[in-house]
Design a protein around this ligand. Structure first.
Ligand SMILES: Nc1ncnc2c1ncn2[C@@H]1O[C@H](COP(=O)(O)OP(=O)(O)OP(=O)(O)O)[C@@H](O)[C@H]1O
Length: 240
């Protein structure tokens, strides 16, 4: 029977991650409910990527706990992650999606259907048989999102998904993300691009030195940040 129990909200309870002899993520607590785009902002090394990896389960907190909605099952397959630099297998575009679905335990016939739907949805049908590694950067990122989408995630994590792309490819990815949110997928992403954060964010989490120092609706954050660090960041001043 299909699992329809939502995995959301995702909750972090005083999550810390220790490394390099210090707390790289320091006692972060937050809740991600269903819906919308939450953007992680902060200077280099603030801990944005670590946060996404902790949420997705690629890293284990040194302290505290990451947990999903009570009673949710099948959670491993219902959140997916897209990385800054797409990880492409040395296979065709379609085989890259097929591999992700096979790893998630999807049966062969259904894999074909879902891969085809993803290729169509993300404008990659004509590229289906081409080697994924020969796609342009923008196409590879589109494939990475298509592959994640084929897993039918409720929550999609994206770590600086457009930092390697030109403005046109960036716009295309942003439009795709807006479409995914309209479909009901919740997005938690990091970006360096303030313009992008303004265009996409419903909510902003501002990290500084591993600490979550602002958690605001985007409309407030960009107009009236509450902390000196966030004000400096928005003004383009160097903070560390
Ligand atoms: N797996 C790890 N183990 C130990 N230290 C790590 C690990 N991953 C990252 N770090 C360190 O943790 C700090 C935060 O890194 P992180 O990549 O999360 O920052 P970020 O906010 O994403 O930065 P950027 O904007 O530059 O990508 C850095 O000092 C980094 O060197």
């Amino acid at each position: 029977m299909r699992d329809v129990t939502s995995i959301l909200p995702l909750s972090l309870e005083t999550v810390s991650f220790l490394g390099e002899g210090r707390k790289l993520v320091d006692a972060v607590s937050l809740v991600v409910p269903a819906g919308g785009v939450t953007v992680l902002l902060g200077p280099n090394g603030a801990g944005k990527s670590l946060m996404l990896r902790l949420c997705h389960g690629l890293l284990t907190p040194s302290e505290g706990r990451v947990h999903w909605a009570a009673g949710a099952t099948g959670r491993a397959k219902r959140h997916a992650m897209v990385f800054q630099k797409p990880i492409m297998l040395r296979r065709s575009v379609e085989a890259n999606i097929d591999h992700a679905l096979a790893s998630a335990g999807v049966a062969r016939l259904e894999r074909r259907e879902r891969a085809w739907a993803a290729l169509q949805r993300f404008g990659l049908l004509e590229r289906a048989t081409q080697p994924a590694r020969l796609l342009s950067g923008g196409e590879q990122q589109r494939l990475a999102i298509a592959r994640a989408w084929s897993l039918r995630p409720e929550l999609l994590f994206l770590d600086e998904p457009t930092s390697q792309l030109d403005p046109a490819a960036t716009r295309q990815i942003e439009e795709l993300l807006t479409g995914l949110v309209a479909e009901g997928i919740t997005v938690l992403m990091s970006t360096h691009d303030l313009g992008q954060a303004k265009r996409l964010a419903d909510r902003v989490l501002f990290l500084h030195r591993g600490r979550l120092i602002e958690d605001s609706l985007a409309e407030y954050f960009f107009v009236e940040p509450q902390t000196i660090a966030a004000r400096a960041f928005l003004a383009g001043d160097l903070i560390w």
